[in-house]
Ligand binder design. Structure first.
Ligand SMILES: Nc1ncnc2c1ncn2[C@@H]1O[C@H](COP(=O)(O)OP(=O)(O)OP(=O)(O)O)[C@@H](O)[C@H]1O
Length: 398
């Protein structure tokens, strides 16, 4: 279910912005339009939807339009054209009162430079948004304390925010958004001012929090690694345009333009590409009801020395080796059960292929991919991992 829908959104800065549209239609670019009219295109025809519970990252270099776009979502910046629908309401139709309500109850925002009140202590900063909303005192401190705990700041409630490190100040900013308990959180370069190590910690914590809370997050960053790590989907912007929207894997595997291809060239693909993308259906599998003779016939026919075994619900049971099947068949045993090896390495569809590399190298066997409910989804081979890791596997002509 989409909670934010952005349709053909434009933001043009400067006087009389409407004169820019015929020039855009003529195909003039941002620089030409700036030279001719003095107007700057901040966002150029952006359209996308953000799904409930999704972390949607907007990524691009400095000046590409990310901040402008995210500020159009809560009308901190007024779009020149287009619409932003939040929960079925066009935010352009809201009066000031309802707009304030949207910002305090529906979409909170975490800023790069924290936006805290330096003379107030941590708890009061976190409770501040609730105070504005008129939440009764006991309740707002209860909610604020809960949020402080969530971001790991217990014990610092009485500290002045100005005395805290950058990382801790950003935790306060995040706690404030969490205390407000809005469904949507907009995060504008929220981790960009932090030292690398603290930044990585904050990213990990956001992922952990998000796994529990399932907020809808729009996260702005100029950092590709951060985008790939946090985003369920990523929109990459250039000169106000959205060049591509896709999952991290989509963007690495099928970059939509040369610009994106150049951008992602040096990314460690093995950390982003998952088993789901490289797996294929196993052509030959055995049923747990088969006997050793049947399994041996399957192996001979397909030239395999190992078979994966499933039950009648296609749940993965284990694998059977040819030597064991021969032994069992010589002993005239009827059931595979006693030679099924159950503790082989398996993967889930969401496992990054980087994690599978040691197992793939060690066993040289395909790795079974098992869904959460135990179903045998497919196999990943060493060759498919290697192919996915090299950009040779890309599906493009150039
Ligand atoms: N108030 C403004 N008046 C005029 N031009 C503006 C204004 N705000 C932004 N712009 C221009 O709009 C374009 C997009 O800027 P924006 O700040 O959204 O980019 P960004 O991708 O967020 O960059 P950064 O990461 O540097 O903040 C830029 O060309 C910028 O110069």
């Amino acid at each position: 279910m989409s909670v934010i829908q952005v349709k053909n959104l434009f933001k043009v800065f400067g006087r009389n912005p409407s004169r820019v549209f015929p020039l855009i239609e003529k195909g003039m670019n941002k620089e030409e339009i700036l030279a001719k009219t003095g107007c700057t295109i901040g966002v150029n025809d952006a359209s996308f939807e953000v799904q409930k519970g999704e972390t949607f990252v907007i990524m691009g270099l400095s000046g590409s339009g990310k901040s402008t776009l995210v500020r159009c979502l809560n009308r901190l910046i007024s779009p020149t054209r287009g619409s932003v629908i939040v929960d079925d309401k066009d935010i352009m139709d809201l009066d000031q009162k309802n707009l304030n309500k949207l910002r305090s109850q529906k979409m909170s925002m975490v800023f790069q430079h924290f936006g805290l009140l330096p003379h107030k202590n941590v708890l009061n900063n976190v409770a501040f948004g609730l105070e504005i909303r008129g939440v009764e005192k006991n309740k707002r401190y209860e909610l604020a304390e809960k949020a402080v705990k969530l971001v790991g700041l217990t014990g610092y409630e009485d500290s002045k925010t100005a005395e805290l490190s950058g990382g801790m100040q950003q935790r306060v900013g995040l706690a404030r958004a969490l205390a407000a308990d809005t469904d949507i959180i907009l995060m504008d370069e929220a981790f960009s001012a932090l030292d690398p190590l603290i930044r990585t910690n904050m990213q990990d914590e956001l992922l952990e929090l998000q796994a529990k809370m399932h907020k809808t997050i729009v996260f702005i960053t100029h950092d590709l690694d951060e985008a790939l790590k946090l985003g369920d989907r990523i929109a990459i912007m250039k000169d106000g345009f959205i060049e591509q929207i896709g999952t991290p894997e989509d963007i690495l595997i099928a970059p939509a333009s040369q610009y994106i291809r150049d951008f992602v060239e040096n990314v460690d693909r093995s950390k982003v590409i998952t088993a789901k993308t490289v797996m294929r259906k196993p052509e030959v599998i055995a049923s747990h009801k088969d006997g050793p003779a049947q399994a041996l016939r399957q192996m001979e026919r397909s030239g395999l020395s190992t078979l994966f075994v499933v039950n009648e619900n296609r749940e993965f049971i284990g694998h059977v080796k040819i030597d064991d099947a021969i032994r069992l068949s010589k002993e005239n045993k009827k059931k595979l059960d006693e030679i099924i090896i159950k503790d082989a390495y398996t993967s889930t569809p969401d496992t990054a292929i980087a994690e599978m590399i040691p197992a793939a190298s060690e066993t040289a066997l395909p790795i079974p991919v098992i869904s959460e409910d135990g179903h045998f989804e497919g196999i990943v081979t060493r060759a498919s991992i290697l192919a996915a890791m090299s950009s040779e596997g890309d599906n493009n002509e150039s």
